[in-house]
Design a protein around this ligand. Structure first.
Ligand code: AMP
Length: 137
């Protein structure tokens, strides 16, 4: 991680009043703002990547947009460039984490019935550096 990988409050956040790009009570907005602790592994101007609290694979990182979007479908519609950045950052995290050729699985749960529990868009980057991921789709 470099100095630029810190989750810092947005430099262009409004001076007063609610920030329309974040949602009150959202844990991932809290991580992006540096208010909720997380183990950050990468970031760009648009996304932040941090380790999942309950890893489901040897490498399990979440990549989230800095701005609040409820799920990946909304993110794709409202900020497709940020979604592209999220995908590229996930690949970089997998490669930096030691996955052969950067190979990884990228999962977006969309909606509660599909297992989404945090309603701030996020991609799960799953990889097994030096081995193989369990299961398949
Ligand atoms: P999903 O079920 O697709 O909404 O994924 C939410 C993920 O967020 C789960 O894998 C949780 O383990 C993870 N998670 C929830 N809170 C935190 C947190 N504070 N730091 C890191 N990961 C978290």
């Amino acid at each position: 991680m470099t100095d630029s990988d810190q989750a810092t409050p947005r430099r262009d956040a409004p001076a007063g009043g609610a920030d329309p790009r974040r949602q009150d009570g959202c844990v991932f907005c809290g991580i992006v703002a540096g208010e909720v602790p997380a183990e950050l592994v990468a970031s760009t101007d648009a996304v932040v990547a941090f380790r999942d609290l309950a890893p489901q694979a040897p490498l399990h990182v979440l990549v989230v947009p800095r701005d609040h979007h409820p799920d990946v479908v909304a993110l794709a519609a409202e900020a497709p460039g940020v979604l592209a950045d999220l995908v590229a950052t996930g690949a970089r995290v997998a490669a930096d984490g030691g996955a052969a050729a950067g190979e990884h699985r990228l999962v977006f749960n969309t909606g509660a019935s599909a297992g989404q529990t945090v309603h701030h868009a996020h991609g799960h980057v799953l990889a097994a550096p030096g081995g193989e991921l369990a299961g398949s789709l």
